[in-house]
Ligand binder design. Structure first.
Ligand code: HPA
Length: 273
């Protein structure tokens, strides 16, 4: 039985939108994770707060591998995550939702793969389609039904953080083709890809990026906008879950077919899943 997971980003910490919720922990080969098990309309849902309880983990210290490993172990086949983003695209305004379909990786010091030697196969994940088109479509359909403005497509630049960007950096990222900027989607999307989990993220534009906005961004500003959008956001997640069949076979579930699949490619570690 496939399971849907929701990874809540900045401003999205509350699993109470789901039913029958139960807080749990798991030990993975990469460390411990805390998550909530629940359900919605008869479907099992796992909720994981990316920044930990009370937003205690900064973007560059999130244990992305433990999170994705844990979700895989729980039988997750589809992840819908959320990300707060700044916008570099005049058409993507604060308050809008965006389904990014490409990323630029400007992170510097993160563990970005499960395939780090140690008896595992040498794996080169293809990232032509890092964000599942099928899951993005389900989210777009849900948004349309709810009359929520959403842009399906966009390039996200992931910075190392935790500081915000300089206006000069944003100018450069614009020239490189970025539409949105955030600090967490890489390596999360890459690890989900390696783990053969279909992944999409709902980005909420909280601000125009540095130098585009005339004022210096504060974290509180991001939190305030997320709070304002939280009802819309919850409705969108729940409607999306209704539309997703976690038992549907998707191309993302076979991304490591060339290597015999995720589990086989992990060698002896695959037995831990
Ligand atoms: N930069 C980086 N991360 C962000 C931003 C931003 O402008 N807004 C929300 N998350």
């Amino acid at each position: 039985m496939g399971v849907i997971a929701v990874i809540g980003g900045t401003g999205v910490y509350d699993p109470s939108m789901f039913e029958n919720i139960e807080a749990k922990t798991m030990t993975t080969p990469y460390g411990d994770i805390a998550y909530t098990e629940g359900s919605y309309k008869g479907k099992k849902v796992i909720f994981l707060a990316r920044h930990g309880a009370g937003h205690s983990i900064p973007p560059h210290l999130i244990n992305y591998r433990a999170n994705i490993w844990g979700l895989k172990k729980l039988g997750v086949t589809v992840i819908v995550s959320t990300t707060a983003v700044g916008s570099l695209n005049p058409d993507y305004k604060p308050g809008h939702f965006v389904l990014i379909d490409q990323f630029l990786d400007f992170t510097k010091a993160r563990e970005g793969t499960f395939f780090d030697g140690n008896g595992k196969k040498v794996v080169h994940l293809g990232v032509g389609n890092p964000y599942s088109p099928e899951v993005r479509q389900a989210i777009e359909d849900a948004a349309n039904e709810l009359n929520i403005d959403i842009h399906n497509g966009g390039t996200y630049v992931c910075t190392e953080g935790p500081r915000f960007e300089t206006p000069a950096e944003i100018k450069m990222y614009r020239q490189f083709g970025a539409d949105t900027v955030g600090m967490t989607n890489v390596p999360e999307v890459v690890l989900a890809g390696e783990a053969e989990i279909a992944y999409a993220t709902i980005s909420m534009v909280t601000n125009f990026a540095a130098g585009i906005s005339p004022t210096e961004l504060t974290h509180q500003e991001v939190l305030d906008i997320m709070q304002e959008l939280s009802d819309k956001f919850k409705a969108l997640i729940l409607r999306t879950i209704e539309k997703i069949d976690p038992n549907e076979d998707l191309p993302a579930h076979h991304r490591l077919a060339e290597y015999g699949g995720f589990k086989a490619a992990l060698g002896a570690d695959g037995d831990l899943l």
